[in-house]
Design a protein around this ligand. Structure first.
Ligand SMILES: [Mg+2]
Ligand SMILES: [Zn+2]
Length: 164
């Protein structure tokens, strides 16, 4: 299947937290890319929203630590942008990084498994769900893809990585 848009989860998919016992990075210096990420992403002809050919890209990340007060929304977005730049080798276009900053179980409507972040990225690129893949590492990711109607692949499969 040739996809026109591939969306990635961040934590546990593109990057891991280097602080023991902490699930997600709270500040710069607390994360690293998985070693297979740059090599796997490099061959794609990534394209920005509004361009004709190539494959669109995006990130859809739950960042509940913002709502809990571990770090600010600005910091969370900065860390996601840094992660993207290191993984893809260029800066993400505006609107291509989606984040839910809300604590779980508040009915915010954007936290995965709700499909809003995926839907917004599909809308940004004008791509129908049939041509979209979401790559993630949690059941909430898989269910978000189901709810959005797009395909899903586990990060371990996409990156040929041993499941954790
Ligand atoms: Mg994850
Ligand atoms: Zn939310």
């Amino acid at each position: 299947m040739e996809y026109s848009l591939i969306i990635f989860d961040a934590d546990g998919t593109l990057r891991y937290c280097t602080v023991e016992g902490q699930p997600c990075p709270n500040r710069a210096g607390e994360w690293e890319l998985y070693p297979d990420v740059i090599k796997k992403l490099a061959p794609f002809d990534w394209t920005h929203p509004g361009e004709e050919s190539g494959v669109g890209y995006g990130i859809a990340s739950n960042q509940g630590g913002v709502g809990v007060g571990y770090f600010s929304e600005d910091t969370a977005m900065q860390l996601l942008e840094d992660t993207f730049r290191e993984a893809f080798g260029f800066s993400p276009a505006e609107g291509t990084i989606k984040m839910c900053p809300h604590v779980p179980h508040t009915g915010c409507g954007c936290r995965k498994p709700d499909p809003a972040m995926l839907n917004n990225l599909m809308k940004l690129y004008g791509e129908p769900a049939e041509r979209v893949l979401f790559v993630g590492d949690r059941d909430a990711d898989r269910n978000a893809a189901l709810n959005a109607g797009c395909d899903f692949q586990w990060a371990s499969e996409f990156f040929n990585r041993d499941p954790e």
